[in-house]
Design a protein around this ligand. Sequence first.
Ligand code: NAG
Ligand code: NAG
Ligand code: NAG
Ligand code: NAG
Length: 387
Amino acid sequence: MGPIILLLLVAGVATGQPFPPPSPACDIPAIYNFGDSNSDTGGIAAAFYPPGPPFGETFFKRPVGRGSDGRLIIDFIAEKLGLPYLSAYLDSIKANYTHGANFATGGATIRRVNESWFYKGVSPFSLDIQVAQFNQFKDRTTFLYNQSKDESQRSNLPKPDDFMKAIYTIDIGQNDLAYVFRTMGVEASRAAIPDIIDQFAASIRQLYGKGARAFWIHNTGPIGCLPVVSAKVVKPPPGYLDEIGCVNGQNAIANEFNEKLRAEVVRLRSNLPKAILTYVDMYSAKYQLISDAKNLGFKERFTICCGYHDQNEDVYCGNNGKFNGTEVFAGACNDPTKVISWDGVHYSEAANKWITSQVTYGLVSDPPLSIIEICQENMDINKLSRV
Ligand SMILES: *[C@@H]1O[C@H](CO)[C@@H](O)[C@H](O)[C@H]1NC(C)=O
Ligand SMILES: *[C@@H]1O[C@H](CO)[C@@H](O)[C@H](O)[C@H]1NC(C)=O
Ligand SMILES: *[C@@H]1O[C@H](CO)[C@@H](O)[C@H](O)[C@H]1NC(C)=O
Ligand SMILES: *[C@@H]1O[C@H](CO)[C@@H](O)[C@H](O)[C@H]1NC(C)=O
């Protein structure tokens, strides 16, 4: 039982009621999302070069700035909450922010790193910048909402009252680890983790200061299981791979990051008394999917649907290039619904759907609440009025 539930019981006793009075279900009115390509719904594509076909082919039937053949976990979360898919903050075309906004950009890190989009594909919109963008978004939309004279003038703006009722979802950290692997080597990268976590916490505190209350924090996935990583492994020494074929060293760093993140979430709970912080163990959900691939209806666990990769060469999904001596176009496999990895780095829509089913019901989160229940928690703790 998490501390939040405990708090409710105490409150109930204080008012002379054994349990909080039953109340009708409430709805989360908006999602504000921060992160990297795991949850980017078009940000980096709007800012730089959009990915071409076959991205998006399964669900949207065209490329829509998502790193997958279809929906991402954040899209399935929006569906589960009964909300529209999130417009990217950076997208100036037909964006609609009535139910939130997405600040995530592919390639984003928590810390500012000394690389660029043009060198290694690192997003300039690191988490601190995403939070600065949110601050600007909140101030400007609130101003415009107040200025508006009728419904038509605010038809794509969020209601100012909803910022406190919204859920703030965050999925970031994987690219910080990739950066330290590149620049320091896997072994030395452990030393960078405390600073990465400190900067993550600073962003949470900033959002809290701006009125954010319900935080839904994804930890980082098993990056040593990404098929682009395993494609580089030839003749691994004993112990280099784990029993399912993932790179031990990289997963160990991901686990270390996750342990420190989890401890930080516990600290933030005591520092931010009105925050509702859920720590979501994406790592275990993704690892389970990869381990159990066949039983869960997928093909070989490291099959890549789109792209060619081996020890020496990479032709990334949607690109032309030379592979094994011939010119190739990296197009999609026949049935993306049967692969876990869409392009070697990003998960397929089918995988995202399965992962969402695991992570949104409280099966792998702390506290073990379904994402639907967060709304009630927030109303109770922050004494918010109904939507
Ligand atoms: C980037 O470079 C500056 C100056 O050398 C250094 O202080 C900083 O720690 C570097 N940042 C990262 C994330 O490596
Ligand atoms: C917007 O209007 C509300 C209600 O009239 C008011 O409480 C709030 O301070 C206003 N905010 C801004 C930024 O003008
Ligand atoms: C934005 O979305 C909301 C809810 O989905 C809808 O009611 C509204 O009409 C949309 N606004 C525009 C300008 O399309
Ligand atoms: C690479 O090309 C050679 C010659 O065409 C072929 O025999 C071999 O099977 C190819 N290897 C892979 C991994 O496709």
